[in-house]
Every structure is written in structure tokens, then in C-alpha cells.
Design a protein. Structure first.
Length: 122
């Protein structure tokens, strides 16, 4: 059996039996934690954060202001392995539009975590 990657989102398994039969299967189950850069960035009125979760786990995506205060929780749930995206509409946890500036997002998925900057322009 041979296992090789097409990219970080899919891999191929090739098996050759004793009767010289070749079986090829492609799996699109992700196997690597990854967060794409938010787009658009800077943004107004919304930005999208795409991420890959390699295994079933609790996922939490939170946006903070530059002083570390929690602005909004975009995701806090148990997810299966897969590709996901969350859209932030530039509003805080009370539904109020935030001020222009730099914000930090933190994505935690099981034992993995990633941080990044997002700029909101009114």
C-alpha cells in the first residue's frame, strides 16, 4: 500500500493485491490543522475565516480587541473533521458595530490553535 498527498486537504491510497489488481481511493478528509488568511482584510462590512480541522474536536473561534478584551465568539462547538468557514459581520457580542481598528482572532481546535490580525475599516 502506498499513501501520498495531493495537497493538505486530500490524500490518495493505492493498494496492489497479489492478483495484480490496483485499487485507488481518494479521501478528502483533512489531516492537517490549517487556517487561511481572513478575506477581505481590511474589511467592511464582513470578513471570512476559513479553517481545516483534521479530527473531531471542540472548536472555538473568538475575536479580541487590541487590548485583549473579548469582542465576540464566532464559533464554540464540537465539529467533525472537515473544512469550515466563519463570517464575522463586524459586530460585537451585543450586536453593536465595532469601531475601526485592528482585532485579533484566536482559533482553538483540540490541541491546535492559531492567531491572526483583522482590520475593520468603517
Amino acid at each position: 500500500m502506498v499513501l501520498f498527498s495531493i495537497n493538505k486537504f486530500a490524500h490518495v491510497r493505492c493498494t496492489i493485491s497479489e492478483a495484480a489488481e490496483i485499487t485507488i481511493s481518494v479521501s478528502e478528509t483533512p489531516y492537517e490543522f490549517h487556517v487561511n488568511s481572513p478575506y477581505p482584510n481590511p474589511f467592511n462590512p464582513s470578513t471570512t475565516i476559513e479553517y481545516v480541522i483534521p479530527e473531531k474536536c471542540n472548536v472555538k473561534l473568538v475575536v479580541y480587541d487590541i487590548l485583549g478584551r473579548e469582542i465576540v465568539v464566532l464559533k464554540d462547538s464540537f465539529l467533525d473533521a472537515g473544512n469550515y468557514k466563519s463570517i464575522w459581520d463586524g459586530k460585537d457580542k451585543n450586536g453593536e458595530i465595532i469601531g475601526s481598528g485592528v482585532y485579533i482572532y484566536k482559533l482553538t481546535a483540540g490541541k491546535n490553535s492559531a492567531y491572526g490580525k483583522i482590520m475593520f475599516m468603517r
